[in-house]
Design a protein around this ligand. Structure first.
Ligand SMILES: [Zn+2]
Length: 185
């Protein structure tokens, strides 16, 4: 697997290293400047989504095949962190979001391994693999930072991570989750 640094698109692609924990691929740009933060830059390409038929069928029934690309497109060419996308889905498609929370739960209600967010993350990966938009693993911010990385999406990324919309930058809370028990700290 080879990828070009998003900040140095004119350079040669870098060879990725398999990440055993996630099944994804890690890349490091050899250039020491020109990134969002001083120094070198590393990124991860998430593994292909598990081919679970249920994810595809239920996602289609809920209209997520249309809703999620539409939401990602609302942010233009900017990279958007997972939590911001989930929040937008809950605001614009409350019935679909409530269905998923009722069925799978949510960490804003109770700690749990497989949640509505896990379902949505897998659906975003599946739609990205289909070419609906770009998706990449990146830093999880704010209340999501218990995850090391989460999926970030962009319709047609301009490539600058420093201008990405993180959860932490939005000053949101989790009250959009029906039944939320989480208090903002
Ligand atoms: Zn670079």
């Amino acid at each position: 697997m080879r990828e070009v640094c998003p900040m140095h698109t004119e350079e040669d692609p870098q060879e990725g290293v398999l990440v055993p924990e996630s099944g994804g691929w890690a890349f490091t740009c050899p250039l020491g400047s020109g990134h969002a933060y001083p120094g070198t830059y590393s990124w991860e390409r998430m593994p292909p989504p598990p081919d679970l038929p249920e994810i595809g069928e239920l996602a289609s029934q809920l209209g997520l095949d249309v809703a999620l690309p539409e939401i990602v497109s609302q942010f233009g060419t900017t990279w958007v962190e997972f939590g911001v996308i989930e929040h937008a889905l809950a605001a614009q498609y409350p019935d679909a979001f409530k269905f998923l929370v009722d069925r799978y739960g949510h960490t804003a209600i109770k700690s749990k391994t497989y949640t509505a967010s896990a379902f949505l993350g897998a659906t975003l990966a599946r739609l990205a693999a289909r070419g609906e938009f770009e998706a990449r693993m990146g830093r999880a911010t704010g209340r999501w930072s218990y995850n090391q990385n989460v999926v970030w999406c962009a319709l047609s990324p301009s490539g600058d991570w420093s201008e990405g919309i993180s959860w932490a930058s939005r000053d949101s809370d989790m009250s959009y989750v029906p039944g939320c028990t989480e208090v903002k700290v």
